[in-house]
Design a protein around this ligand. Structure first.
Ligand SMILES: [Zn+2]
Length: 302
């Protein structure tokens, strides 16, 4: 190989790697800009509507306003919004009422197969703004929905769902899982996100919860490509509602909530507190999780 050719290859490699880094940064920038607006409004850092600040997404009034905000954001982004109003008898026949918000991104060919991505929008307590738990998960699926809509050839339909009342017994996701079963949806797999905004040691570590063997393999492969260290736990969130309904291809994604050892966990210390605020969200980390889920969904609908 002559020197000129060597130089040319070196320069090409440099340009290639530069483009790669640029593409990654661009992904992060675009996603972070929209996620900041979304999380800010959902966690009361800014107005969701004129004169409406969401101090929490726990009271009925605030959950209703959160539904309205999510609905408006989806509509503005060009999605057709659907709502599932449910009334479920739980805990000694106490009636729980709520509303799941969802949208469907149709496949570009005729198919009855669906991938579900979901996150709960309610917060854990009154006066708890729930920025990390779980406005981050909502922002993640919101961005993934927009990105998936931009994929030219989609071999599967994708349902994007914002669940109500995870914090009081996964009522919303249970009602949604029941609806899928009743309407005989052909479900390929279910992917849920809950809490992805804290990474104190900046190692990007994430955990997947109770994955099926197939999904575990897929998540590890894509995480490795993005240099995201990953671990498997049995932590329960909305994803469990789908297993209870009989679905097998299910997985949850979260922060280092459990750790390889409990003392190694790296998760928000503001969990279910009034201090779970916008300022505490690590947006770069959230963008990594968003890219991971997007890459996986893009792969699955290919
Ligand atoms: Zn949560």
């Amino acid at each position: 190989m002559d020197l000129n050719r060597r130089k040319l290859i070196a320069v090409s490699l440099f340009v290639l790697s530069f483009n790669f880094i640029n593409a990654q940064t661009e992904f992060g920038n675009v996603v972070t800009a929209e996620q900041k607006i979304f999380i800010s409004a959902l966690s009361g850092n800014s107005e969701a509507f004129p004169n409406v600040i969401l101090k929490d997404r726990y009271t009925e009034e605030n959950r209703t306003n959160a539904v309205k905000y999510i609905e408006n954001s989806l509509t503005r982004a060009g999605f057709k919004v659907k709502k599932q109003f449910y009334s479920e008898a739980v805990y000694n026949n106490k009636i729980m009422e709520g509303c799941n918000v969802y949208t469907m991104i149709p496949a570009t060919r005729k198919t009855d197969e669906y991938i579900i991505i979901g996150a709960h929008f309610d917060s854990g307590e009154k006066d708890c703004p729930g920025a990390i738990d779980n406005a981050t998960g909502c922002a993640l699926i919101y961005s993934v929905a927009k990105l998936v809509k931009g994929v030219k050839n989609r071999q599967k339909n994708v349902l994007v769902v914002f669940f109500d009342q995870e914090e009081v017994g996964r009522i919303g996701s249970k009602a949604f899982a029941k609806m899928l079963e009743e309407k005989k949806y052909n479900v390929h797999s279910i992917h849920c996100a809950d809490q992805l905004g804290w990474d104190e040691d900046s190692d990007k570590f994430m955990e997947i919860e109770k994955p099926s063997e197939e999904l575990k393999e897929l998540y590890y492969k894509h995480a490795k490509a993005l240099e995201i260290p990953i671990n498997t736990t049995k932590v329960i969130s909305d994803h469990e509602s789908f297993r209870e309904q009989g679905y097998k291809q299910v997985v949850g994604l979260t922060e280092k909530f459990f750790g390889e050892k409990w003392q190694n966990r790296d998760t928000t210390p503001h969990y279910h507190k009034p201090t779970d605020t916008f300022e505490t969200v690590n947006f770069e980390y959230l963008a990594s999780g968003t890219q991971l889920i997007y890459n996986i969904i893009a792969n699955l609908i290919n």
